[in-house]
Design a protein around this ligand. Sequence first.
Ligand SMILES: [Zn+2]
Length: 245
Amino acid sequence: MKLNHLHSTAFITLLIVVAGCSQTDHFSGIDPYEQPLKALEEGNERFVRGTRTYPHLDAARRHDTAIHGQHPYAAVVACSDSRVPVEELMGAGIGDIFVIRVAGNVCMTDETGSVDYAVAHLHVPLVVVLGHTECGAVTAAVNHSPEHGSITRLLAHIDEPIQKVRLEHPELEGGALLNASIEANVWRSIEDLIAHSNSIRGAICEQQTRIEGAIYNLDTGEVRWLGPHPMQEELVAASSEDGFE
Ligand SMILES: [Zn+2]
């Protein structure tokens, strides 16, 4: 990372944050995330149908990316669950997607820093936060399973969106509560990304990056695309932090 570039980026994004998202009025290009999103959608459709094409996995691709560096077209935050093979389920190969995997697809300091890097330095036009059905981390948080050490802190982070679901939908229980909590946890991660990164907020304002939520179905292999956060504009306007306190 170049320090001068970091400083100038921080200054520019600070100006954008102060101004809210008003600069989006001047944007007149084609939305840069459309083609990357289409590539991931079509890759997942092939995965579900069992007609994967295995792109960008040969020696030529390895050599090219080793020499010329990486230029991924998306960043994906996903759960560490071994049943969620991110590149495979989205039809991506070497150098295509910048993947952050962590139990419960949470976005705390290191995960947000990784997405910040992908947005500010690799200029990915699309960020996807990918939850999944039957998530063990969310299940443990819903059930208040007794845990220890660092796992307790991880689950505590997931507990907040679950409390919100319980408050807004007290009628939910069992699988319905779990599914709603999994989706709420995806939105929470997006909220954390927006709340704790000047670069991410700036890229959203400039329409250089779009953040999408999604849920992967372990059984069918399908990704259900949720779109951007419904409160994105308000979240961007209300946030000013760059990093976690
Ligand atoms: Zn999981």
